[in-house]
Design a protein around this ligand. Structure first.
Ligand code: FE
Length: 185
């Protein structure tokens, strides 16, 4: 099984889980990616949006997740897997998507006041808005702007009823971003 087949299988097996608001994990991934596409974002951003919560689907027991990381946050666990198989442009914005929320809450009062109830609650568990030092540190991340862009699409992907292309449509966008020589899984 290659990485794309693994992703396909996880969406099939676990995509019906609820994302925590009014959509499933599958709907959330598809909508985030589709909002990116409709906004005219490039292929890397569309792919990054599709995969940004992939960490929700994996555990340390998966055969393709050979390393430690059972206690990792979902964005880190997902990125650790994805980075072995895909280029940073579609992995790093997702790795930073929870940090991006904490960043936006620190620098944009409107963003903070606009959080859904569930998102405001999880913000507390995630460490609350960033401190000034954390903001400066975040802005040194190579893909920090992309992470903020992804976060906006992520936040939109919560529509109970919305038509999107299927999982296969976004899986088909992934091959150009496969690493030439993926490290052993
Ligand atoms: Fe998300």
């Amino acid at each position: 099984m290659n990485a794309i087949e693994f992703i396909e299988r996880k969406f099939a097996e676990l995509g019906d889980r609820t994302y925590g608001e009014e959509v499933t994990e599958r709907q959330h991934a598809l909508q985030s990616a589709y909002f990116a596409e409709m906004a005219g974002a490039g292929e890397p951003m569309i792919a990054a949006c599709f995969l940004h919560d992939f960490g929700h689907f994996i555990t340390g027991k998966d055969e393709m997740i050979a390393d430690e990381g059972i206690d990792a946050q979902h964005e880190e666990l997902g990125a650790r897997f994805l980075a072995r198989h895909f280029t940073p442009e579609i992995v790093e914005p997702g790795r930073l998507h929870v940090a991006a929320k904490r960043y936006l809450c620190a620098v944009d009062p409107e963003y903070l006041s606009g959080l859904s109830a569930a998102s405001a609650q999880s913000l507390r568990l995630q460490g609350g808005p960033m401190s000034a030092e954390e903001v400066a540190e975040f802005e040194r991340e190579p893909f920090w702007r992309e992470a903020l862009e992804l976060r906006r699409f992520d936040d939109l992907g919560k529509e109970p009823e919305m038509e999107t292309p299927p999982v296969a449509y976004f899986l088909a966008k992934l091959p150009p971003f496969l690493r030439d020589s993926a490290a052993p899984a």
